[in-house]
Design a protein around this ligand. Sequence first.
Ligand code: SAM
Length: 229
Amino acid sequence: MKIEILTLFPEQCEAVLGYSILGRARALGLVEIHARNIRDYSADKHRRTDDAPFGGGLGMVMQCQPIADCFRAVCAEWGARPHFVYLSPQGKTLTQQRALALSRMDNLVLLCGHYEGVDERVLEALVDEEISIGDYVLTGGELPALVLSDCIARLLPGVLKADAAFMGESHWNGSLEQPHYTRPAVWEGRAVPDVLLNGNHALQEQWRQTQMLERTRQKRPDLLSSEEK
Ligand code: SAM
């Protein structure tokens, strides 16, 4: 899968993309993620990419031309029109289910806004979907694009060490995961539940299922159906 992040701050993205599981997945060629500078496509002699809003107001607005030309350059290079996502606090909130659907696409282009945001006309003309990472406002779309890229990349085959290790994690099937423990078996007087030490896999599986439901009831009852609550 290929993901291209369109941004005014490609270095901010590259700084994150080289690390941990994402860095390893890129190095192994399991996913290609690249940040492209929108400013390189500006037709303005001073390479401007934003201007003051019509009708007044604070802040600057990112202009249509550099974004459209940048996206069209990606389409031309890839020989296909990729799904185009604008990261926006006005979009639908990202869920694990949406990330899974996006992970099944071959190519994605992610647009990062900045300042007051992006001229509405380029969104109308080119963008397929707006995604928000939560009901709050950040300074730019780079962190949301990295959140989305990370969320998608770990769902791709081979990225996590165990195949499909993401199945059964929190939000996989609408509930939270069970608690985890590691050595030592007793820490500052707190013991690991006996069931995890007795080697009975059937009992351990039963415990996991009960814990998943119990945690979800305690921490996120809004995820449960009325019968499960
Ligand atoms: N004026 C815009 C509004 O009120 O809807 C907010 C613009 S915000 C300061 C600048 C950019 O950050 C946005 O264009 C978007 O790309 C990104 N952004 C901010 N919060 C976000 C969120 N919760 N999810 C996704 N992107 C976000």
